[in-house]
Design a protein around this ligand. Structure first.
Ligand code: XIL
Length: 380
């Protein structure tokens, strides 16, 4: 009886092994390349900005890809003031809650974007009930309450905050926003002070675009030094990285890294995308208020991206990731600004109604294999 049992066990084992080895054989041939998040483990997070449909699961295919490929999330719009705090006495947390839940359930490094910005912020923030501009003290109170409420709600779950977004002009001077004109230049330090008080363990960032421009970069370094001088830690600067196929030059991106690192500041690339379309009248950077009139000449790839351009896109992504790898000790995160080309804000900025191809996934949720290969290639 025992012998028979042993023989039967051995037989079963042999069958299992052959099935397994056969599976292995098949697997070897079809094994998908490493997911981005796994390829860069121990180096930096690879993140993606997600929209409401992806956060809530209405775009289930998108959500699956997000979980498969990325280990950090940014909210494309749902934590911006106008969405999360649309009226003086009303917060709207549903979408943000869904976003944070998705990130928490999937063990992602969750980013909050953004607390203090001149854009996508309702007018009432800066006015009293009669529509008159607030005083410095009154606006500071509004800011403090907003930050305490939003950061406090997600304390311990949102791990990093873009505290202030885009406070600088391209020449490095301070942007003339309502925050600045009512409070003064120290609105930035105040915002960081309030965020730090609301969650002392959260990483805090100053985020902006075009930091490859030396004057603007100098402005950002000065801002960050001022915050640090108040004893408030700044974990990193966020370079948005809304780039094109040729601008900025790779050497200019490298200077972003070397100059900040020299100043003792780590760098995250927080909104990476690469427009493949013609420049619209020299509009670069990412000022959301820029708008250029539609012209067919500015929209050449409505029927699909030519292979040659796809290859250029792949090479460009590859060379950027090679740079991120070179400075991996000081790069905490690289985040794509959107999942698929269909989702990208670059279809409507700075020209409405174009067909752009700036991201890793195409309009059918298919990964762009050449882009993926170039990016993964830098890890070998
Ligand atoms: C963009 C979103 O992607 C769009 O959906 C929205 O209409 C406008 O804002 N810099 C930022 C981001 O910090 O918040 C912006 O996101 C893109 C530029």
């Amino acid at each position: 009886m025992k012998k028979g049992y042993t023989f039967f066990t051995l037989f079963l084992l042999a069958v299992c092994c052959s099935v397994l080895s056969c599976n292995n054989g098949v697997q070897k041939k079809t094994t998908a390349p490493l997911a981005l998040k796994d390829a860069f483990t121990g180096k930096f997070y690879v993140g993606v900005a997600i929209n409401r449909k992806q956060a809530t699961g209405q775009d289930i295919k998108g959500q699956q890809l997000i979980k498969q490929q990325f280990n950090s999330l940014s909210p494309e719009n749902d934590l911006k003031w106008q969405n999360i705090h649309p009226e003086r006495s009303r917060y709207a947390f549903d979408a943000a809650d869904a976003y944070v839940k998705l990130g928490t359930d999937s063990g992602m490094f969750i980013i909050g974007h953004t607390l203090v910005w001149h854009s996508q912020t309702p007018d009432w923030v800066f006015e009293d009930a009669q529509g008159k501009p607030l005083t410095r003290d009154a606006l500071l109170k509004v800011m403090q309450q907003h930050i305490a409420t939003v950061v406090g709600r997600y304390k311990g779950r949102i791990k990093g905050w873009d505290v202030v977004n885009e406070a600088l002009n391209d020449d490095g001077t301070m942007r003339d926003s309502k925050w600045r004109s009512i409070i003064g230049d120290d609105f930035i330090e105040k915002a960081f002070e309030f965020a730090h008080a609301a969650d002392p363990d959260a990483e805090l960032y100053y985020n902006d675009y075009n930091l490859y421009k030396p004057e603007k970069r100098a402005g950002a370094i000065a801002i960050i030094n001022r915050i640090k001088a108040k004893g408030i830690p700044v974990a990193a600067v966020g370079e948005q990285a809304h780039y094109g196929l040729v601008y900025p030059a790779l050497a200019e991106v490298e200077r972003v890294l070397t100059d900040f690192i020299k100043a003792g500041i780590d760098v995250n690339f927080t909104e990476l995308d690469i427009s493949v379309l013609p420049d619209a009248q020299g509009v670069d950077g990412a000022d959301v208020s820029n708008a250029v009139r539609y012209d067919d000449k500015l929209n050449p790839y409505t029927d699909g991206l030519p292979d040659k351009v796809q290859q250029e896109l792949a090479k460009r992504y590859g060379s950027l990731f090679a740079l991120f790898m070179k400075y991996q000790d000081n790069v905490g995160r690289v985040t794509f600004w959107g999942l698929t080309d269909e989702d990208s804000w670059l279809n409507n900025w700075p020209v409405r109604g174009r067909t752009n191809y700036p991201l890793l996934f195409d309009r059918n949720y298919e990964i762009k294999v050449p882009v993926q290969q170039e990016i993964l290639g830098v890890t070998r």
